[in-house]
Design a protein around this ligand. Structure first.
Ligand SMILES: Cc1cc2nc3c(=O)[nH]c(=O)nc-3n(C[C@H](O)[C@H](O)[C@H](O)COP(=O)(O)O)c2cc1C
Length: 188
């Protein structure tokens, strides 16, 4: 791992490592703000880092969160790593990628998904009323072109807070990008 990564990255990596092969190591909660100013939260899969302080999520461009992010790109992510007994809260903003960069990165993600994971983008619009008989494919084969609904959400992380419950008292730390990622210790 590169020496110029933000200091919270190795801590997050170690905490994720403690989860072993559990899929939970890749699950995080994404909070957005709806058009009426009220909060929304849901679980997403972490799809990888895109530089030192940016991470990729994948979603359906027809989903509610996608519309929310177009209006309000600021988000908070909450990543609970139960085996390490810690919680990371990542504040950030959705990055605006050029159409070319978004397409290239989306293609990469799309090709890396297995057919079962790809299938979700072949389903009808998320959140719309269920139509009896509508197709819900179980797989989309290798070679299926990138669907219009496939959306890459790249989050640029601007602040990280870590709460660790392992000792007494609990430890709480914060790092902010605009302060050069210097560590601040806070009351838990
Ligand atoms: C374990 C788990 C992982 C999920 N991963 C994703 C994901 O990577 N991308 C996604 O769009 N939805 C994912 N979902 C579904 C979302 O939580 C949510 O139900 C869906 O995206 C609709 O959200 P919205 O109506 O707020 O847009 C996941 C749900 C669970 C329980």
């Amino acid at each position: 791992m590169s020496a110029d990564l933000p200091p919270w990255r190795p801590l997050l990596r170690a905490a994720r490592h403690r989860e072993g092969r559990s899929p939970q190591a890749r699950w995080l909660q994404l909070a957005t703000v709806a058009a009426d100013g009220s909060p929304r939260v849901r679980t997403l899969v972490f799809r990888g880092w895109a530089g030192g302080a940016a991470l990729d999520l994948l979603t359906d461009g027809r989903s509610t969160k996608s519309a929310e992010l177009r209006v309000q790109p600021q988000v908070e992510l909450c990543w609970l790593l139960p085996k390490a007994r810690c919680q990371f809260r990542l504040r950030g903003e959705r990055q605006q990628l050029s159409p070319e960069a978004a397409l290239a990165a989306s293609q990469q993600h799309w090709q890396r998904l297995n057919p079962g994971a790809r299938a979700l983008w072949g389903w009808p619009q998320p959140g719309a009323p269920l139509e009896v008989g509508a197709p819900f494919p179980a797989e989309l084969a290798d070679g299926t072109p990138l669907p219009d609904a496939f959306e890459l959400v790249r989050i640029e992380v601007k602040q990280v807070e870590l709460l660790e419950l392992t000792g007494h008292p609990h430890q709480r730390r914060r790092w902010r990008a605009d302060q050069g990622w210097g560590e601040e210790r806070l009351n838990p």
